[in-house]
Design a protein around this ligand. Structure first.
Ligand code: PLP
Length: 756
């Protein structure tokens, strides 16, 4: 059952609101502009809701219009203020040169300012008001700069952090400045006593769906005498301030919510909300020792918690919570490969890791006590799942058996751990500074001895973090991995091979990307298992060789050496994998990269190859992560091949009596699978981090055997399916929409699950 903790994004619709909307649609469907009985009934309802709204907002005077939501209210307010500035300018008056908005404002505000500023041809400077570490506006800055501003926008409470603005302090800083003042009241509605009429606020937009009304209804308050320009012209509804037939179902629903607010009994009191936040915070502290709260509780809405956990990225936490049925959101927008840091937390000046790994839990004032209790229980269960799977330290760790190969990635850069389960000896290849803590915990929990920390080359964009890793796990470091025993890339001096139980690592010089580049070849007995080729060959690219430390003329010969030693089909594991392709082979890369094919087939001499490559590398742009591109991009990712199977297609595949039985694979990490097992499908668990171990096995399956990957949302499983297809298995599939769309019995509504 789902526990919804994302109320700042949107809320479920309150049963009273749903009933009010349905009753309007069924019985009182009239158009409030009609003068017959049906219309008059609708008009009466409209007036009644406006009257309740005025009372709730403390706005007996001024305009109060119904809109489609806050974004429309913001546009209307900005258009109104800027049209007035243009009128003044056109009348020959000097107008203030700037438009100011809080640095943590919802994007709707700065984007509207820029849009209308450009469209109206005003050309004013649109500037952010700085905020402090506590998320509050810098009032001294505002006081000094407000006199040069035509419009100042400051939200009442922040959607990511819950930080409540000091509206009285802002009013004071604006006094006498002449600036118009817009307050985005979206997150404050029903949570803070705004008393709009008592403040010098000119415009205040609101959104119904943040407070248990449906999407598509909002309000805009405009102070008496404040400039106004309609955004929508037409039939003259809302006193010609906002044309368009009114959304009566939405208005009635919003009315029911505001009525419930006014009457009491539905929403929890401030004291109860504070107590619930405290319990959630305690559960988070228990689950994740070291958790950091990104906004001060005493200045924030009690319903919002914004947290970061050292060593645990936002993506991991979101996957974990989702597996536990806790719906939360990233404090930032999360891409599949990289979470963009939160601009709100960045503006507050929080450390980069906190801004990049923030997660927001926001509950609603109509949530039940049972919901909060269950949320706390599941948060603790999340902590347990992480402890049980070695992600965070546990008091009674029993060593877990490692897979042979584990891959860790940071923004497209790859680090590998080779671990021999029998001897408990392991080697790390291309350690990344961001991973030091994670790797140390990972090895400690598996009772591994670290016998080598190897770099495939001296990196252009970061120093090796080998020493930091040695320092992080002194008790697990073998003598031969100590700094005095190894060369600059971490290879034990005078050793021919590194033995890891029955596995052996040997090295091969492959100068090109850098003068010192090497490949590490992993053998089990006489068989080559995989080759760690650093940035010499990457999926879709060859390592660039235009750095000061590169050896471009040696590159061609190195590729031939590599081919002699690993063959066209040997599995290559690269130092970078910008497109989540996991592994490649020389045969696959030759098909995609004419330059590589040319040098291996003898069409290019080493010199001609170096010249062609230098041409490709001219003006190489940074990667999308704004780090240095380590690969000379040669083949663009192929138009993404469709690998998705929808639920019906998979059910049909599973139901087929004839044909080969599909192999089902759950690529979620172990901590997710613990929280929500997929027992009914009984797939083989192969988390994405250890996927490379199974690739050779699946490649060897008969061509018509389907391999179907699952994950939470269909993202990671699609990566796995594409990787396997690229390696030649055409029957690799991903469950579209992930387990989130797999049919399970769900209650009809949020409120049925946890009755109010
Ligand atoms: N302002 C704030 C503070 C918000 O949180 C949101 C929604 O996320 C908006 C404005 C936009 O509201 P709507 O989606 O209703 O237009």
């Amino acid at each position: 059952m789902e526990i919804y903790l994302d109320a700042n994004a949107t809320t479920p619709v309150l049963p009273q609101a749903r009933d009010a909307a349905l009753s309007v649609m069924a019985d009182a469907f009239g158009n409030p502009s009609s003068i017959h009985g049906s219309g008059l009934k609708a008009r009466a309802r409209l007036d009644e809701v406006r009257a309740i709204a005025r009372r709730v907002l403390g706005a007996p005077a001024g305009r109060l219009l119904f809109t489609s939501g806050a974004t429309e209210g913001i546009q209307t307010a900005v258009l109104s203020a800027l049209t007035d500035l243009r009128r003044r300018r056109d009348a020959g008056q000097a107008i203030p040169p700037r438009l100011l908005f809080g640095a943590t404002e919802h994007k709707a505000v700065p984007e509207a300012l820029k849009h209308w500023n450009a469209l109206l041809g005003l050309g004013l400077d649109v500037e952010a008001i700085p905020v402090g570490l506590d998320g509050r506006h810098d009032l001294a800055w505002l006081r000094a700069n407000a006199p040069s501003a035509g419009l100042v926008c400051t939200m009442a409470a922040n959607n990511e952090t819950g930080v409540i603005s000091d509206l009285d302090g802002i009013a004071d800083a604006l006094r006498g400045s002449g600036a118009l003042w817009l307050v985005d009241g979206v997150q404050a509605l029903g949570k803070l006593p705004l008393q709009l009429g008592e403040r010098a606020i000119d415009y205040a937009p609101f959104s119904g769906h943040k407070l248990y009304a449906p999407k598509g209804i909002g309000m805009l308050y405009v102070r008496e005498g404040t400039p106004f320009t309609p955004l929508l012209a037409g039939g003259g509804q809302e006193g010609a301030l906002r044309s368009g037939t009114e959304n009566m179902a939405g208005i009635a629903a919003l009315g029911a919510v505001l009525d419930a607010l006014e009457r009491g009994g539905v929403f929890a009191s401030l004291g109860e909300l504070l107590d619930r936040r405290q319990r959630l915070a305690d559960a988070l502290r228990q689950a994740f020792p070291g958790v950091v709260f990104n906004a001060p509780f005493e200045l924030s809405l009690p319903t919002t918690l914004n947290v970061s956990v050292p060593g645990l990225g936002a993506k991991l936490l979101l996957d974990l919570f989702d597996a536990a049925g806790l719906r939360v959101s990233g404090g930032s927008a999360c891409g599949a490969a990289k979470a963009a840091p939160s601009y709100v937390l960045q503006a507050m000046g929080l450390p980069a890791w906190q801004a990049a790994s923030a997660v927001r839990l926001s509950f609603g004032a109509a949530d039940t006590e049972a919901t909060i209790q269950e949320a706390c229980r599941r948060l603790r269960a999340c902590g347990e799942a992480l402890r049980a799977t070695c992600q965070i330290p546990a008091p009674d760790e029993t060593p877990q058996s490692p897979e042979l190969l584990t891959r860790f990635t940071v923004d497209g850069a790859c680090c590998y751990v080779v671990a021999d389960a029998a001897s408990r000896r392991c080697a790390v290849i291309d350690p990344l500074p961001e991973l030091t803590g994670t790797l140390a915990q990972w090895m400690r929990c598996r009772g591994l001895t670290l016998v080598a920390i190897l770099d495939t080359h001296s990196h252009g964009d970061h120093a090796s973090s080998a020493q930091a890793l040695r320092d992080a796990i002194p008790e697990g470091l073998a003598q031969e991995a100590r700094v005095e025993s190894v060369d600059a890339l971490g290879w034990p001096r005078e050793a021919e091979v590194i033995a890891l139980g029955m596995h052996r690592l040997s090295r091969l010089a492959t100068p090109g990307h850098t003068e010192d580049a090497v490949a590490y070849l992993l053998h089990a007995g006489g068989d080559l298992v995989a080759s760690f080729v650093g940035d010499t060959v990457m999926p879709g690219a060859l390592g660039r060789s235009d750095f000061a430390q590169s050896a471009p003329s040696a590159f061609g010969a190195s590729l031939k050496t590599l081919e002699r030693n690993v063959g066209p089909e040997g599995l290559l594991l690269s130092g970078h994998d910008y497109d989540d392709r996991f592994a490649t082979t020389l045969a696959i890369e030759c098909a995609a990269q004419p330059l590589l094919d040319g040098v291996l087939k003898g069409r290019f001499s080493a010199d001609a190859f170096a010249m062609e490559k230098a041409t490709l590398e001219r003006d190489l742009a940074p990667t999308e992560y704004q780090t240095m591109a380590c690969g000379a991009r040669i083949d663009c990712a192929r138009a993404a091949e469709r690998v998705e199977l929808d639920v019906e297609a998979l059910q049909a595949m599973l139901g087929q009596g004839d044909g080969p039985k599909p192999v089902l694979v759950d690529v979620r990490e172990a901590y997710e699978a613990r929280l929500s097992p997929t027992s009914e499908l009984a797939p083989e668990p192969v988390p994405l981090s250890v996927l490379i171990n199974a690739l050779p096995r699946w490649r060897a399956l008969p061509a018509d055997t389907p391999v179907v990957f699952f994950c939470r949302s269909g993202n990671r499983s699609a990566q796995a399916a594409r990787a396997l297809r690229r390696l030649g298995h055409g029957q690799a599939w991903s469950l579209a929409g992930g387990l989130a769309l797999w049919p399970t019995a769900q209650p009809a509504s949020h409120f049925d699950a946890f009755a109010i």
